[in-house]
Design a protein around this ligand. Sequence first.
Ligand code: NAD
Length: 249
Amino acid sequence: MSQPSFELAGKVALVTGAASGIGKSVSDLFASSGAKVLGVDIAFEEKECEESKAPLQKFRADLTAGNQVQQAIHFLQNEFGRLDVVVNSAGIEMSGNTVELSEESFTKVMDTNVKSMFLVCKFTIPLVLKSTNSGSIINVSSDLGIQPIPNTDAYAASKGAIISLTKAQSKNWAKQGLRVNCIAPGPIDTALLHRFHSDATLEFVKNNMIPTGRLGTPREVASAALFLASEGSSFINGAVITINGGLLG
Ligand SMILES: NC(=O)c1ccc[n+]([C@@H]2O[C@H](COP(=O)([O-])OP(=O)(O)OC[C@H]3O[C@@H](n4cnc5c(N)ncnc54)[C@H](O)[C@@H]3O)[C@@H](O)[C@H]2O)c1
């Protein structure tokens, strides 16, 4: 029996939210594991996109706009000619309960976290199916999509929707070898987490709610994405993997 492969040699990956935090770490790890990667993010500067080169190229796009998603995929198709793996990590946080949140805020969270993922999947899946019989899509949800805490109503709703979207998608193209899985991180040490929670709250969470006594790193989430992208996870489909140091519910 041959050894399972956890390499990405010969594969092409598209990673959203690649300018920062988890998406950046996924892009770096995938590129150093043999993949050619296109990172897409609204925060990339034009200059850094122009100067980027294989194995990690960068493309600026607002993924809530279907035409910009399509431009990114046309670029990828021209550069690489195939697509094997998609990691949907772009997202925003938003505090507030249902009474406090404005209609515009709720729409913005759902558009950025859920609609963009729908659009990226909609326009990449045909290319993945054409390219390979072992494709992998990894959608980034959150622990808060499973166990919301107070005043995260819009964010928690969006992250719960991502879990259902993933489970539905995982049923559609499995016979063609396309697996769709979800990663649900707990508190990971990124800019987003520090915008969402005060230092005092994070200190309390670390000391009282995370058995490992520390925040997770983006690299620890990227490692799980690498596993799900590789042939080593070939029978894992429709799964939701929590990465949270054993966070207490
Ligand atoms: N950090 C955590 O503790 C944590 C926990 C659970 C889930 N998550 C999820 O992980 C994902 C990555 O989060 P992170 O912590 O790395 O955050 P981050 O803020 O460091 O990175 C998010 C990236 O998404 C990009 N982005 C936002 N809106 C976009 C748009 N419209 N088009 C294109 N790009 C856009 C941002 O520019 C940014 O670079 C998010 O979906 C987040 O909800 C994070």
